[in-house]
Write a protein of this length. Structure first.
Ligand code: GA4
Length: 334
């Protein structure tokens, strides 16, 4: 019975052909936050890949593990219980459907706003309905993510040689910051082994760039994350549950006038029989913040690649788009 319904569900989802080689990409830049050269390494990684791995980050493993356990408890509940936290609007529990424009994936998730009292009353309600242990673990983890995120943003500003080192971090630190937090559960699916044998893989989360400033991802030790390299090929990122993967979002690409790359990424299933759990903090600015290339990174007006939009304007357009759409074109000068 379960197999039949899983097969039916799979048929609804997008299956892609991938190359047979499942080798892991060995070139992921690694940044030790205690290294005095960290800012230079971050700069290089953001220009070349739009992603890097952070080690020596000071976030206790217990904090990540604790939240992962609470997250698993949530996803192990029956469908009826989980649906009480849905549908996502965009915050809340969702399953298979991503956004409201027809994207689907082999994933269930919880999406929360990290400043619900300012940004989203629904998200606030959700926080309050969350069991105390889960809520406590979320609050501690999100606090640590915000701190690390701001530290990294300050290293980026220093690396770029921008006057104020808090030029990016102040947007995320602002009490009206529209940052959000997502936990994704990609259930293991026995059917996938059959698919994988025929060189077909199932989309867990389709290709997209993150619209915010910066994203910090931590997953369990299960593969699946891929990034698109500058030559257009997809590279599988080796998982590491003790580290964080940080990627450049669209707003950071705009503010750096294209020097940093908002990296296209996706999650594909079929490489592992274990279920994958990821937790992602998306650092964003307040809704009213005007985003455009920083004047210090543009020497002449005509060299500016992008026009100015508020995060609210961009976000509204983002939520009307499909995952794979090129949303940055909205910022491009006509
Ligand atoms: C991608 C990054 C974040 O996960 C997210 C996603 C959002 C959602 O799940 O509701 C979007 C997607 C993301 C971009 C395009 C739109 C909106 C789904 C979708 C199809 C929370 C975000 O901010 O943008």
């Amino acid at each position: 019975m379960v197999v039949v319904s899983q097969r039916a569900a799979l048929n609804e989802l997008v299956v892609i052909k991938t190359c047979k080689c499942s080798s892991m990409f060995t070139g992921v830049p690694e940044v030790d936050l205690a290294n005095p050269e960290a800012k230079t390494l971050i700069l290089k990684a953001c220009q070349e890949f739009g992603l890097f791995k952070v080690v020596n980050h000071d976030v206790p493993f217990e904090l990540m593990n604790n939240l992962e356990n609470e997250v698993m408890k949530f996803f192990k509940q029956g469908q009826f219980e989980k649906d009480k936290a849905g549908p996502p609007d965009p915050y809340g529990y969702g399953s298979k459907r991503i956004g409201t424009n027809g994207d689907v994936g082999w994933v269930e998730y919880l999406l929360l706003n990290t400043n619900p009292d300012v940004i989203s009353p629904n998200s606030l309600l959700l926080f309050h309905q969350t069991p105390p242990n889960f809520r406590g673990a979320l609050e501690h983890y999100i606090f640590a993510m915000k701190k690390m995120c701001c530290e990294v943003l300050e290293l980026m500003a220093e690396g770029l040689g921008i006057g104020g080192r808090n030029v990016f971090s102040k947007m995320v630190r602002d009490e009206r910051s529209d940052s959000c937090f997502r936990v994704n559960h990609y259930p293991a699916c026995p059917e996938l082994q059959v698919q994988a044998l025929s060189g077909r893989n199932l989309i867990g989360f389709g290709e997209h760039t993150d619209p915010q400033i910066i994203s910090v991802l931590r997953s369990n030790n299960t593969s699946g994350l891929q990034i698109c390299l500058q030559d257009g090929t997809w590279a599988s990122i080796p998982p590491d549950h003790t580290s964080f993967f940080i990627n450049v979002g669209d707003l950071l690409q705009v503010m750096t006038n294209g020097r940093f790359k908002s990296v296209k990424h996706r999650v594909i299933m079929g490489e592992s029989t274990m279920s994958r759990v990821s937790m992602i903090y998306f650092g964003g600015p307040p809704l009213n913040e005007k985003i455009g290339p920083l004047p210090s990174l543009v020497s002449k007006e005509e060299e500016s690649l992008y026009k100015e939009l508020t995060w609210r304007e961009y976000k509204n357009a983002v939520y009307k788009s499909r995952l794979a759409d090129n949303r940055l074109s909205l910022f491009e000068k006509s």
